[in-house]
Design a protein around this ligand. Structure first.
Ligand SMILES: *Cc1c(COP(=O)(O)O)cnc(C)c1O
Length: 493
């Protein structure tokens, strides 16, 4: 597939006329060979589908006469591929060349090798999900991660005995975790929240709405930009159920701003005997990361070390595990949450336990670099530049110019919006200019390549691309934009 041609002969009408009929395709020699292996209906269906797709490509202006002939020359091969893999999956793996490490639209955190292996092993057969292998009696699925999570957190926060004084449960995601905490502990009670923390996290998760749905009563404290500990103190009543701190994940405030430290909140909560609950979101276990601007406040360890009563975090944010929500807190409080009948409705599947246990085991073994996002966040910029240079050197298409440019990667996932990590990218420019069409053509590759546009060029930031995909990037560009330097040089006619 190419880029819109400037060639005026390539009016869509002419291009449509180049398309063969289904019957004509069935008479191709190579397609007749397929008919000997596959049912006729299947071959016809695959052919119709493909011709339909090509028609769409023409109507979106993606073809010149030249690129269309290339596409049509490969028609029987494409039909054969489709017959081998009859189902076009809707959910596909893609190459994330956006430089956004936790890209919500691209599924946030890729899982570690160990987590994937554990999913295959556990989900491919039966498991002791709810069976105690000791007693042979029914067990609880929570046990598979609870003690590991507590010991990893206790060690990282340097809180001895953490695993005996605290408990942990897992639900579908952090939004569910927050809701469940409020619903279990603060129904018909007042929850103190700073006006600066009444935020929308993304995907329509708004703190005031979640609070209202949970049956808790929102008691706003302070102002948007400044909230002091005294504001919380004067807002306390006998009906205060919780003090809620929401991590300002996806925005920052600057200037005349103030808020009490977590330590101050916890100390107030202790005096007033009101639990402090931190909706942390970003669930990085330890500061495994003195590298790229991940602050201590973004770690789960921070809340634990400050001895707040409850913390909720996402498994697929900075922890780099599967999508889930983790609630960690004082024993009596977590037990109340566990007894809430709604807990059952947020229960997670064995796949999640398998992947989460493996992710936590990796931290427990002090091997965080085996977690893909940790590796990506720490990849030195120089090494990325070197990979970019190799990709640029491999691009042979005469239609495309490729250079290496310095860019900035971001963490993403509504996390630390101001954090920028120096990186390098391959910048691609098509000779016909249209960067948006170029980007679209890259999305049509298999696997699709997702980049972004900057200064009218397509930018592929390699920080978020696993190195084994580098050669795929080269091949995809070379075969999508078929006028290769080598071909045209060796055949001057
Ligand atoms: C991301 C985030 C959430 C929501 O987490 P999900 O796992 O996506 O549901 C909640 N609170 C905070 C502070 C967050 O950053």
């Amino acid at each position: 597939m190419g880029i819109r041609a400037v060639d005026t002969e390539a009016s869509p009408g002419n291009l449509y006329r180049m398309l063969p009929s289904v019957n004509a395709v069935l008479l191709f020699e190579s397609v007749e060979a397929l008919l000997r292996v596959y049912p006729r209906d299947a071959v016809i269906h695959a052919t119709q589908k493909l011709l339909g797709e090509i028609r769409e490509e023409i109507s979106s202006g993606d073809h010149s006469e030249e690129t269309l002939s290339v596409r049509l020359a490969a028609l029987s091969e494409a039909i054969s591929n489709r017959l081998k893999r009859p189902l076009e999956f809707s959910l596909r793996s893609v190459i994330n060349a956006t430089g956004v490490v936790l890209h919500t639209n691209l599924g946030r955190a890729p899982l570690s090798r160990l987590a994937l292996d554990r999913i295959v092993e556990v989900a491919g057969g039966y498991s002791n999900l709810e069976l105690s292998l000791d007693s042979g009696e029914r067990g609880s699925r929570d046990v598979h991660v609870e003690s590991l999570l507590l010991s990893v957190l206790g060690e990282a926060a340097n809180v001895p005995d953490f695993a005996t004084t605290h408990r942990a449960i897992v639900v579908n995601n952090c939004a569910a975790a927050t809701f469940l905490v409020l619903h279990s502990l603060a129904r018909d009670k007042e929850v103190l929240v700073s006006r600066g923390e009444l935020v929308e996290i993304g995907g329509g998760f708004r703190i005031p709405e979640i609070l209202a749905e949970s049956g808790a009563i929102l008691k706003e404290v302070g102002t948007t930009n400044r909230t002091r500990i005294a504001d919380y103190e004067t807002a306390l009543t006998p009906n205060t159920g919780l003090i809620l701190r929401v991590h300002q994940s996806n925005f920052t405030m600057e200037g005349f701003v103030e808020k009490p430290s977590l330590e101050e909140l916890v100390s107030l909560g202790r005096r007033a005997q009101v639990p402090v609950f931190v909706d942390q979101g970003t669930g990085l276990v330890r500061d495994s990361a003195p590298g790229p601007a991940i602050t201590n406040e973004m770690t789960l360890t921070h809340g634990i070390a400050q001895e707040c009563h409850l913390v909720a975090a996402s498994g697929d944010k900075l922890l780099g595990g599967p999508q889930c929500g983790m609630i960690v807190g004082r024993k009596d409080l977590v037990d109340r949450i566990r007894r809430n009948p709604l807990f059952r409705t947020y229960r997670v599947d064995k796949l999640i336990y398998a992947a989460l246990e493996a992710t936590l085991a990796t931290y427990s073994a002090h091997m965080p670099e085996q977690i893909p996002i940790v590796r990506m966040l720490h990849e030195p910029a120089d090494r990325i530049r070197q990979r970019c240079e190799e990709v640029v050197a491999g691009i042979e298409s005469l239609e495309v110019s490729a250079t290496v440019v310095e860019v900035e990667s971001v963490i993403g996932g509504g996390t630390a919006p101001k954090t920028r990590i120096k990186s390098y990218a391959v910048a691609l420019r098509h000779k016909n200019g249209d960067a948006a069409a170029f980007l679209r053509a890259l999305r049509r590759c298999d696997p699709p390549i997702i980049g972004r546009i900057e200064n009218d060029q397509v930018i592929l930031d390699l920080r978020t691309v696993e190195p084994h995909f580098d050669s795929h990037l080269i091949n995809a560009v070379n075969s999508s934009f078929h006028l290769r330097r080598t071909a045209s040089q060796s055949k001057p006619n």
